[in-house]
Unconditional design. Structure first.
Lengths: 253, 260
């Protein structure tokens, strides 16, 4: 059973207001709004091409929004300098859909890579090797440290990518379809891992997924992105019992 | 769409691409003088590009040296000018054949490699992951690769020239019984700084063109495996074409200096 989490405006760690983004004539986001609270798991669902990945990339400054505001830890990222944005990015972990491990580097080098820029986040005597092993141990893959990504299975890659995300001990983790392309057993393992990490580090998580089972297990709240807007927000139970045909379509099996 | 409209649309696309490439080149120069410098990655790329292209460049230049000598020898013999062979071959190789052949081989070997590598990194979101981790991917991936190929190409050209001349010497030695000392004395007598310096400067620009085009095509690769293939392919086609344009300009400019 899920714990009740205190939700109040002072606990907002991430907020999007009236976000618009177009690609040519394709108006993907048409005034999208969202709030993520401290320690919360917010699941965002939407049809393919509905703009979920565009929205999440706007959140970390990978895509520039046309208009609207994006506030991360009370800082509007649309107004930050590149330097300030890079510093803020140390507090935001991003798990990419395809893991995005650097395939010319070993697992160790993959995990060391974010530390090149953000080592000062840790105590001066922090040992890089210890940080790498700690992050890999969190995902149960300490033995893969000297392997190349091509030697790992899909599920292992996803877990190593999660370890790379965790190495900077982020306050917010963004998951872009964390279980896509995985078999049901491995997908379940990843979901359990996400829950463990959330409990251990008290992170706030924004999870984009098509996987209803994943949403049911992990979400504190859910948001449905339909027609470029935040169409519905609520708990899994509230949304799954809705009579709105657009919402019902997501929960049909 | 009428024929004229099609031409207009194509011209428009070409100009947009040219503008993007110019902006990309400008960004390369701007980023390459900004800290932090990625020295370790630069050295790794220099090793990768230099060392791994050496065998291909060596074999190609050796064969070019052999063939050039074999093809030219009968004509020079007709005029009784076979003793001029080392001078003629060395000037052709050092001024023109060595740099352009090495650059074309590198455009195929390095340019396509960079295009495919960066293209695949773009498609699999590795470049995005790098940016999210606070590392400037342009600096880490593009600046290091362009600098590496710009630095390595002149070295490869010098080594390639030497190997091509050795190929030519072998033919002279077998067919004309010319000794190593005699052959290379004649070679060094006929080559001047005016031959070596413009060729080396030209090679630097060849390297820059291969690096910039390869990185540009890969960095802005379209999504999907087809995009990666196209990036690798167009990196070779565009850089090869650019090499001949740069070569023409270089020869034209050098010629002005010779006239002075």
């Amino acid at each position: 059973m899920k714990e009740n989490k205190t939700i109040s405006n002072s606990n907002i760690v991430l907020q999007i207001k009236d976000l618009h983004k177009s690609f040519g004539n394709n108006h993907v986001l048409k005034g999208f709004n969202m709030q993520l609270f401290q320690g919360e798991n917010l699941v965002i669902m939407g049809k393919s091409g509905s703009g979920k990945s565009v929205m999440i990339k706007c959140l970390v400054g990978l895509i520039e929004a046309d208009s609207g505001s994006i506030s991360v830890m009370h800082k509007d990222i649309t107004k930050l300098t590149q330097e300030a944005l890079d510093i803020l990015r140390a507090d935001i972990g991003f798990l990419f859909q395809g893991s995005a491990l650097y395939d010319s580097m070993t697992v160790r080098e993959n995990l060391e890579f974010p530390l090149r820029r953000h080592k000062n986040k840790f105590k001066s005597n922090a040992n890089t090797d210890d940080l790498v092993i700690e992050a890999l141990s969190n995902v149960g893959l300490a033995h893969t440290v000297d392997l190349m990504p091509s030697e790992l299975s899909g599920g292992m890659k996803r877990r190593v990518a999660l370890a790379r995300t965790l190495i900077l001990k982020p306050k917010i983790i963004l998951y872009d379809e964390p279980t896509s392309g995985l078999d049901p057993i491995t997908a379940k393992e990843i979901i359990i891992l996400m829950q463990d990490i959330q409990k251990k580090y008290n992170t706030s998580s924004l999870i984009i997924t098509h996987d209803v089972d994943c949403a049911r297990v992990i979400s504190d709240r859910m948001l449905l992105l339909i027609d470029g807007i935040d169409y519905a927000v609520g708990t899994f139970n509230e949304l799954s019992t809705s009579e709105d045909p657009k919402i019902k379509a997501f929960f049909k099996h | 769409m009428s024929g004229i409209q099609k031409i207009k649309a194509q011209l428009n696309l070409f100009l947009i691409e040219l503008g993007d490439l110019s902006y990309f080149t400008g960004r390369f120069f701007k980023e390459s003088i900004k800290r932090p410098f990625e020295i370790k990655e630069l050295l790794r790329q220099c090793f990768n590009m230099g060392n791994r292209s050496l065998l291909l460049v060596g074999i190609t230049c050796f064969i070019i040296g052999l063939v050039l000598d074999l093809q030219t020898r009968p004509t020079l013999m007709e005029f009784g000018a076979v003793s001029w062979m080392p001078s003629m071959v060395s000037i052709s190789i050092v001024r023109e054949i060595g740099p352009i052949i090495t650059a074309l081989v590198c455009a195929g070997r390095i340019g396509s490699g960079i295009g495919a590598e960066l293209g695949s990194m773009r498609v699999t979101e590795q470049i995005d992951a790098m940016e999210v981790s606070g590392t400037n991917p342009f600096k880490y991936l593009v600046v290091t690769r362009v600098l590496a190929v710009t630095l390595m190409l002149p070295l490869l050209v010098i080594i390639g020239d030497a190997i091509a001349l050795f190929g030519s010497f072998l033919v002279e030695n077998i067919k004309g019984n010319v000794s190593f000392t005699l052959y290379f004395n004649q070679v060094f007598d006929s080559i001047a700084y005016g031959d070596i310096i413009p060729a080396t400067i030209k090679s630097v620009f060849f390297g820059l063109a291969i690096g910039i085009v390869g990185c540009f095509k890969g960095y802005y690769c379209a999504k999907g495996t087809e995009g990666v293939g196209k990036a690798a392919n167009s990196a070779v086609v565009v850089s090869s074409l650019l090499l001949f344009i740069i070569d023409f300009i270089a020869v034209f400019v050098t010629d002005i200096f010779y006239d002075l």
